[in-house]
Design a protein around this ligand. Structure first.
Ligand code: ZN
Length: 201
């Protein structure tokens, strides 16, 4: 049986959840709600109807963008839909049938699952090795539709870099870097004056 992370409500290869670093994983049970899809708000509404029509119970969680949505008067947020483990395969089949041809990735299939952290565009982040970077924007890979963070080095040559969003927001590998002073690979800096010590990647 696959392992289950109660924090993230998703199946994990184990022994540690890659998104939240939870080590207390357990075997999944038939009624455990598992992540079936992460989709934009409009598609979530349609997908919920499909689940309802097929008698699949679900719960939902807004990923981010609630504040943005209110500001713009439109819902740009993304929604995570969870279904019981014993209905997961069926839910994914329905999802694939319903959205076939449309460009949405199921996060379980994505190479770098995106942790539940908000990305602050325009904000300065500190890399766990000390260098400061400003997040310029998010770009989409034309072939895989994976999201990439575009960020600028605030020291040295001030060059522009990209990295998969899931990886940018991921925790530091505490086994590889036990001396790391922060939990995440990149953490937002309060009141940054955008001066960075020379640091190596
Ligand atoms: Zn987790």
């Amino acid at each position: 049986m696959p392992l289950y992370c109660e924090n993230c409500m998703k199946l994990v290869d184990g022994p540690i959840c890659p998104a939240c670093r939870n080590r207390r994983l357990r075997e999944v049970e038939p009624g455990d709600f598992c992540l079936a899809a992460e989709v934009p708000y409009m598609q979530a509404e349609m997908l919920k109807d499909v689940f309802k029509d097929n008698g699949i119970p679900f719960t939902e969680r807004s990923v981010l963008g609630a504040a943005i949505a209110v500001e713009l008067g439109v819902n740009f947020g993304r929604v995570k839909l969870f279904v019981p483990f014993n209905r997961l395969a069926e839910a994914k089949e329905l999802y694939e049938a319903f959205f076939s041809g449309s460009a949405v990735l199921i996060p379980d299939d994505a190479e770098n699952p995106i942790p539940d952290r908000e990305l602050l565009i325009g904000h300065v982040y500190r890399h766990f090795k000390g260098g400061l970077y400003r997040v310029e924007d998010v770009a989409k890979h034309s072939e895989t539709l994976e999201e990439y963070v575009v960020y600028r080095k605030l020291y040295g040559d001030h060059s522009l870099w990209i990295r998969p969003k899931g990886m940018f927001l991921s925790p530091v590998d505490s086994e590889k870097y036990p001396e790391a002073m922060q939990n995440y690979r990149f953490e937002p800096v309060e009141n940054a004056d955008e001066k960075s010590p020379e640091a190596s990647e």
